[in-house]
Design a protein. Structure first.
Ligand SMILES: Cc1cc2nc3c(=O)[nH]c(=O)nc-3n(C[C@H](O)[C@H](O)[C@H](O)COP(=O)(O)O)c2cc1C
Ligand SMILES: CC(C)CC(=O)C(=O)O
Length: 377
């Protein structure tokens, strides 16, 4: 098969292009696919293009500061790393490379339950990078994404391990009672290669079965709000619910006492046909207004202007899924650093060009839906 030439990457799109030229087809398909017709996958990005920015001028933007806080921890930027499973498919250094890049950038990384490196080894790799406080006071931040296993003993043991290892929040993914139907994975009969394992669950590994069958065998489809309350009752770590898309569920999340909500459709990989996350964000924000719940977003964030739009609509932070995998595939740790730096630099430039010097300067008036001037709306 002839491969396209590599680009010298200067954008996330370039990194994606390069990953298409280098990754083995089963890994590439697993990473890039959405469910079914991939309508939501496409819409996650398209929806950002339907928004327009409203810049302010003459505001002395010679210095731009992107530091912010997530659940009380100061990080260098609201650009964070979403949990993605099986990162060693992209590069042998996998999750360790991502952790080092996150630590260097003093950004927040969420590690997937289904990582190919254990929770302990991943955070340890992050610690190899000095966690010295920068002048801004920002520090690296590691959170753990939890799939709730049918076996609650396994679930609780994992929570104890990640508490001990130093993860600072549990991000419970609630949109995967079953795996979405990703047609390419079905055709490729995708499964984890024999030399890798789901490193947090060695004894639960099921290399023989497809991913969908593994989910059916291990993940609890009876999961409901009382289980979220149960997790909260057995840990002091703050809880983030990942996969909220409606005002109704946002209210229930707040009622359950969770500290944060991650508006997510799992990168279009679960229920195809749901709203793009940036279109679902306003109703979620409205539903939890004044309840002290932080609201984040992921899905389709590829450019600095996307970050600006999400923050202008009210998100506290954005999480990147595939862009990190494209960086990993390009050049391991260096590639993840490149992905993070490219979008960080774009965001800083977008802030300056919109007249914003700090995160608090970004507000609802910096963005509008549609392409018609406000005076004509
Ligand atoms: C290859 C891949 C694996 C993923 N694995 C997980 C996972 O293990 N746990 C989880 O909660 N979300 C998982 N996600 C969803 C991401 O956390 C995130 O919601 C999504 O990728 C964001 O969209 P983006 O890829 O457009 O940035 C995965 C996404 C991809 C693309
Ligand atoms: C192993 C999978 C359930 C990980 C995941 O969330 C995904 O592939 O989207």
């Amino acid at each position: 098969m002839s491969r396209l030439p590599q680009l010298v990457p200067i954008s996330i799109a370039d990194l994606e292009h390069n990953a298409h030229t280098t990754l083995a087809i089963n890994a590439l398909d697993y990473y890039r696919s959405g469910a079914n017709d991939m309508q939501t996958l496409k819409d996650n990005q398209d929806a950002y293009s339907r928004l327009r920015l409203r810049p302010r001028i003459l505001r002395d933007v010679s210095k731009v500061d992107t530091t912010t806080t997530l659940l009380g921890h100061k990080v260098s930027s609201p650009i964070c790393i979403a949990p993605t499973a099986m990162q060693r498919l992209a590069n042998d250094a996998g999750e360790k490379a991502t952790a080092r890049a996150a630590a260097k950038a003093k950004k927040c990384m969420i590690l997937s339950s289904w990582s190919t490196t254990s929770a302990e080894d991943t955070i340890e790799a992050g610690r190899e990078v000095p966690w010295d406080q920068s002048a801004s006071g920002a520090l690296p931040l590691f959170w753990f994404q939890l799939y709730v296993y049918k076996d609650r003993v396994v679930t609780e043991q994992l929570i104890r391990r990640v508490e001990k290892a130093g993860y600072k929040a549990l991000v419970i993914t609630v949109d995967t009672p079953f795996l979405g139907r990703r047609l390419a994975d079905v055709r490729n009969v995708f499964k984890l290669p024999g030399h890798m394992s789901m490193a947090n669950f060695e004894h639960k590994d099921s290399k023989e079965s497809s991913l969908a069958a593994y989910v059916v065998s291990q993940i609890d489809p009876t999961l409901n709000w009382s289980d979220i309350a149960w997790v909260r009752s057995i840990t002091k770590l703050p809880v983030v619910v990942k996969g909220v898309l409606t005002a109704e569920d946002a209210k229930l999340a707040a009622d359950t006492g969770v500290e944060a909500i991650l508006v997510s459709n799992h990168g279009g990989r679960q229920l195809d046909g749901v709203l793009a996350t940036i279109d679902a964000l306003p109703e979620v924000l409205e539903a939890v207004k004044g309840r002290g719940v932080e609201v984040y977003i992921d899905g389709g964030v590829r450019k600095g202007t996307d970050v600006l739009k999400a923050l202008a609509l009210g998100a506290k932070a954005v999480f990147l899924g595939r862009p990190i995998l494209w960086g990993l595939a390009h050049d391991g740790e260096e590639g993840v650093s490149l992905a993070l730096n490219l979008i960080q630099q774009e965001f800083e430039l977008a802030m300056a060009l919109a007249g914003c010097c700090k995160i608090e300067d970004i507000n609802r008036d910096h963005v509008q839906h549609g392409t018609t001037a406000r005076s004509k709306l």
